[in-house]
Write a protein that binds this ligand. Structure first.
Ligand code: ADP
Length: 286
């Protein structure tokens, strides 16, 4: 399975990516994590990226595209991957299309986590507070100034990807404001293969034909209770031009007696009715 998670900083891409990894046995490819690792390792690319990241700006397209091109070719990515934080610009998306095409691969879906921007700042502030409380190191770009820049960059450069993937028909949008588990459940639902031939119209049709079959069954059972003469119904009617049915109807009450069922025990359908319906009738009469 090959997926893209799309959404602004703090939308929950990382959290959902980890759950997708656990569920589908795929790898999470986060360009942010890879760039941070390169920066920590002190590689020339990493050091260049570090400054850009700390300002909350985007690293040049060719840098991230080169990283992704190498990464998706590695053995552990063969079973599939979830891209988190890539692509972030239209040229990156176009480069990814080319990369996948060259390798004969397809994307299964692009999942957009739609969130209310006003709430994002709050979410990230909470994340920072929680990490600090746990004694964890807070990211250098998790501060109000860099965060504002990251959101601006998202709006200007990444948000157009929503239209880009809507045009290719790969976009699936999820309410990222819902609780984490609800978002996961919604993503699972979207990724579940549609059961062939299970359209709503077909299900309704199937329900109707089941109801018809049940009716026929009840009618047949009733006719059987009435006895052989009554069940002549259709055939007799055809043979006698309609009279047969009338005759069969007339024969019905008698044939019930012949079947040896006392009138009082005819059950709900019987004229006497059940004890309950009789009681009701009595109450109404009073
Ligand atoms: P978030 O999505 O919360 O902003 P990320 O960890 O995905 O955090 O990214 C952190 C930073 O890494 C970005 O602000 C940017 O500088 C850089 N970065 C990550 N992915 C890309 C990308 N695809 N293109 C350009 N820059 C990127």
């Amino acid at each position: 399975m090959r997926l893209i998670l799309l959404g602004p900083p703090g939308a929950g891409k990382g959290t959902q990516a980890q759950r997708l990894v656990a569920k589908h046995g795929i790898v999470q490819l986060s360009t942010g994590d890879m760039l941070r690792a390169a920066a920590a390792a002190g590689t020339p690319v990493g050091l260049r990226a570090k400054e850009i990241m700390e300002r909350g700006e985007l690293v040049p397209d060719e840098v991230v595209v080169a990283i992704i091109a190498d990464r998706i070719g590695e053995a552990d990515a063969r079973r599939g991957f979830v891209l988190d934080g890539f692509p972030r610009t239209v040229p990156q998306a176009e480069a990814l299309d080319r990369l996948l095409k060259e390798r004969g691969l397809d994307l299964d879906a692009v999942i957009e986590l739609k969130v209310d921007e006003a709430i994002l700042m709050k979410r990230i502030e909470t994340r920072i507070a929680e990490m600090t409380a746990r004694g964890e190191k807070v990211r250098a770009d998790d501060n109000a100034e860099a965060l504002k820049k990251r959101l601006d960059a998202y709006r200007a450069q990444t948000a157009p990807l929503v239209d880009y993937y809507a045009r290719t028909g790969q976009l699936k949008t999820v309410d990222g404001m819902a609780p984490i588990d609800a978002v996961t459940a919604e993503i699972d639902r979207l990724l579940r293969p549609a059961r062939p031939g299970r359209s709503r119209a077909k299900t309704a049709g199937r329900r109707a034909s089941r109801a018809r079959a049940a009716k026929t069954k009840t009618a047949r059972a009733r006719a059987a209770r009435r006895g052989p003469k009554a069940s002549r119904g259709k055939a007799a009617a055809r043979a006698t031009g309609g009279k047969g049915r009338k005759r069969a109807a007339k024969a019905a009450p008698g044939s019930r007696k012949k079947a040896g069922r006392p009138v009082a025990k005819r059950g709900r359908a019987g004229r006497a009715g059940t004890r309950k319906t009789r009681a009701k009738r009595l109450t109404r009469a009073r």
